[in-house]
Design a protein around this ligand. Structure first.
Ligand code: URA
Length: 186
């Protein structure tokens, strides 16, 4: 079966595949350009995102926008999504069963987008997408090649809010991502 963006959106809107379907306010589907070469994958929507149904609209979103702007990227030219589409109560890490239940949505988003570059935001996403033993502090900014794309991870914006000196490292990583995009796609 060949799903379309609309199909995925409609499934996510009414999803009850895991208990978060009962506690969320709004599910948060990925946003951005559906022609993007760069796909950002974070872990789970926060409280603000749960209220608005849009990824990265809270304080972490402000940090993300600053990083993008500092490297000459605009939200409209990338695609941003999360491993799980519903807010975990109390902002806890997503549970294994929640990640598994939601993973098909991410697979379809990736299949439809066909990004050349996947950027994991933070440890949780990097460990699910790149490798279970991924060490974000040691490995952020390094590249892994998969069949049709290259992958990397950067600090999650909320980690930067807790530890502001991480901003400069994340900025360097993002600027390198732009350079890689230009090398691969321009
Ligand atoms: N943190 C995330 O991991 N995802 C969002 O969409 C917002 C904050």
């Amino acid at each position: 079966m060949q799903y379309t963006w609309n199909d995925i959106e409609q499934h996510i809107a009414v999803c009850t595949q895991c208990p978060l379907g009962q506690t969320r306010n709004l599910p948060v589907m990925g946003r951005g350009s559906r022609q993007a070469e760069i796909m950002l994958i974070a872990e789970a929507p926060g409280g603000q995102e749960d209220q608005q149904g849009i990824p990265f609209v809270g304080r972490s979103g402000e940090v993300l926008d600053r990083l993008l702007q500092d490297c000459g990227l605009r939200r409209e030219e990338i695609y941003i999504t999360n491993i799980i589409k519903c807010h975990p109560p109390g902002n806890r890490d997503p549970k294994e069963e929640e990640k598994e239940a939601c993973f098909p949505y991410l697979k379809y988003e990736t299949y439809l987008l066909k990004p050349r570059i996947i950027v994991c935001l933070g440890r949780v996403a990097a460990q699910r997408i790149i490798s279970p033993d991924y060490k974000i502090t040691r490995q952020h900014g390094t590249w892994v090649c998969r069949k049709n794309c290259v992958l990397t991870a950067v600090y999650h914006p909320s980690a930067i809010l807790r530890d502001p000196p991480k901003y400069e490292e994340a900025k360097r990583d993002f600027c390198e991502i732009v350079r890689k995009r230009d090398e691969l796609c321009r």
